[in-house]
Design a protein around this ligand. Sequence first.
Ligand code: SF4
Length: 306
Amino acid sequence: MKYLFGPVPSRRLGMSLGVDLIPPKTCPFDCIYCEVGPTTVKTRERREYIPAQEILAELEEYLANASQNPDYITLAGSGEPTLNSALGRIIRRTKELTSTPVAVLTNGALLSLPEVRREIINADVILPSLDAVTPALFEMINRPVAGLIIGALITGLHHLRAEYSGQIWLEILLLRGLNDTETELANLKKAIQKLQPDRVQLNTAVRPATEETAKPLTPEELAAAASFLGEGTEVIADFSGSVHPTFILTDSELLATLARRPQTARDLAEVLGMPLVAVMKRLDHLFREGRVSRSQRQNRIFYQTH
Ligand code: SF4
């Protein structure tokens, strides 16, 4: 699979089949907390970075062979999915192919463009992020492409709320000493009250980030921020992954991932963000315990549950 990843267990979306619309790492932002690494192409130019036809062919093949549908098909990936100018076509065709709801993860940078909103509103859930309201903090945390200002991003979110009747789940990623101050939390609270998202989801930098300055809050601090921001705010940070990426998934979650479709160790390592060697060791262990089987196809070893 070139553009699909998973399904992977996601705290926000259950078993989520990821669809990458953008080559790594193309984004209008270069967030200091990004887990994918530094942005190599910082742009807000929209074009068909990956042809819709190729993405949809892969999705069609997956859906035709899948024994079970994922909970969501999530347009996301290692960059900003709204940069793909075929976004609207991809959402529409996906909805023709399956009744599985479509989610879009976005940093919101392009939501000020009417055409982007016209395309994205066919999704069932939109998950935009908003990390700061104060321009200096926005610059410091998200490091946007030149000319992109936080006021325009927030206006785009307002327009989206007015034009879209589906679910908006707003993610805020809090960083120690930056956007976790009383003042910025109060600014964010005011913005949330105006934006009226259906959910507010708090996160922090629990995994290795692009910059060391991206420091996480503790679970207690996040809980306090959630209660300050008000009813309906939930903490989604997964602290189980903070010790070492190897511990992101339990064996039963790994087995659930494999139960959906056979995967190679390399597929799993990419999908789970774990080192290949660690994945191979765990698969070997599960194989020796008789909990997964192996088969060879086209010189590749696939693992699956029985
Ligand atoms: S918006 Fe997302 S992909 Fe882009 S730099 Fe920030 S965290 Fe990384």
